[in-house]
Design a protein around this ligand. Structure first.
Ligand code: ADP
Length: 387
């Protein structure tokens, strides 16, 4: 997905460029700056000396040296002085200039720390808003994979009002029953995921100085027609077995009823000729009905352009649930429409799934801002929408 919030140490990321929240001297400091210099080695400081500093809001690039990243883009965020000293404009410039520099260097992937949200004291939720708004605006006319790296999940804060209302909604609606690891669950799992194992890729290098692996590889995995759900777990070194949840059972039942109904009075050949409109056909139809441009829709859905072309070109494309929900949000479908859209891909919304309840909350509230939804999903430790 073009924009992703992930957790971890930015110095270990196998991306084209990582951004450093530096100070104006560019001669190293504490926090993420210190971590980047330690991981890159002394040659980074040598090159930084030749740059003669950097103004607040500006950005300058160096090599990555011992880092898995090819470049380090050094930018200087503003010190928080209460919000009345142009902090927002300066933080916006720091993100925008870093992104422009990454584009100039033909980077396909770039990772940001939460600039100014550490020692410089910028309130986390406000810094997050600036980061996501600026990255989103940039991605409107650039193709790039942008990561926002949260060092410690416990520091993550987003809009207080939404958070407390959403927490109440989740408490009231989430069915906390133990997932059934039943026969039906197993069938559902194999229908929903084509029997493949939940293999995930990682953009974190397994060790300092490890061989650089193209971050593109992780994207390629997610572009397979039979998609995996892409969440931050892909970043963990250890593979985790996919949890079986009743939502898979729901998907299986939806799929089973879709297949069973037309078969009652028809031969198999007739039934196959009478298949419902597919996910891909329904998606393209709804984009046209809304007078949307394809790019408008897939960008709003946080879906990679290449993946969208694949969906467009394959009438039988089988998306992940996150992809279907991302498009449902981009198309601003009602809850009922979302349900029938999901059904086309063999899925269903379930109150036993926290992420489904969260998405349902936003749809019920008519809030179709995918970036906000993803921030909420991240806050509740759930897979993000998009692909
Ligand atoms: P600033 O001076 O711009 O506030 P800091 O380095 O103090 O910069 O903090 C910026 C953000 O970077 C903080 O949210 C901090 O938690 C985070 N951070 C610190 N070390 C790392 C790291 N190794 N990887 C990713 N983020 C980090």
């Amino acid at each position: 997905m073009p924009f992703q919030i992930i957790t971890g140490d930015i110095t270990r990321l196998e991306v084209d460029a990582i951004v450093n929240a530096a100070n104006t001297s560019l001669l190293g400091g504490g926090g993420v700056d210190g971590a980047i210099h330690r991981a890159a080695g002394p040659k980074l400081l040598e090159e930084c000396r030749t740059l003669h500093g950097c103004e607040v809001g500006q950005a300058k690039a160096t090599g990555g040296y011992n880092l898995p990243a090819r470049y380090v883009i050094h930018t200087v965020g503003p010190i928080w002085r209460g919000g009345g000293s142009g902090e927002e404009e300066l933080l916006t410039s720091a993100y925008r200039n870093s992104l422009m520099l990454a584009a100039e260097k033909e980077c396909e992937s770039v990772a940001f720390p939460m600039i100014s949200a550490g020692v410089y004291g910028y309130p986390f939720d406000k810094a997050l808003r600036v980061a996501t708004d600026t990255i989103r605006a940039f991605l409107q006319d650039h193709e790039m994979q942008v990561y926002l790296v949260i060092f410690s999940r416990s520091s993550f804060r987003f809009d207080d009002d939404i958070y407390s209302d959403l927490s109440r909604y989740v408490r009231a609606n989430l069915e906390e029953d133990e997932p059934r690891s039943s026969f039906l669950g197993n069938i559902a799992k194999s229908i929903a995921f084509g029997g493949t194992s939940g293999k995930r890729d990682s953009i974190f290098s397994s060790g300092r100085g490890a061989m650089k692996k193209e971050a593109r590889a992780s994207e390629a995995m997610r572009e397979e027609p039979l998609e995996e759900s892409a969440d931050e777990d892909i970043l963990c070194d250890e593979e985790k077995p996919r949890k079986e949840t009743p939502e898979f059972a729901g998907a299986a039942m939806a799929q089973a009823s879709m297949l069973a109904a037309p078969m009652q009075n028809m031969s198999l050949a007739q039934a196959l000729e009478n298949l419902d409109e597919s996910f891909s056909q329904a998606l393209l139809r709804m984009i046209d009905e809304r007078g949307m441009k394809d790019s408008e829709c897939y960008k709003k859905a946080n879906i990679d352009r290449k993946l969208f072309s694949k969906i467009r070109g394959d009438v039988h494309y089988r998306p992940s649930k996150q992809t279907v929900l991302a498009f449902a949000v981009a198309l601003e479908l009602s809850l009922e429409e979302t349900e029938s859209f999901l059904k086309k891909a063999g899925y269903a919304l379930s109150h036993a799934s926290k992420s489904d309840v969260i998405v349902e909350y936003f749809i019920n509230n008519g809030n179709y801002d995918l970036y906000t939804i993803n921030e909420a999903l991240y806050a509740f430790d759930q897979s993000l929408l998009g692909a």
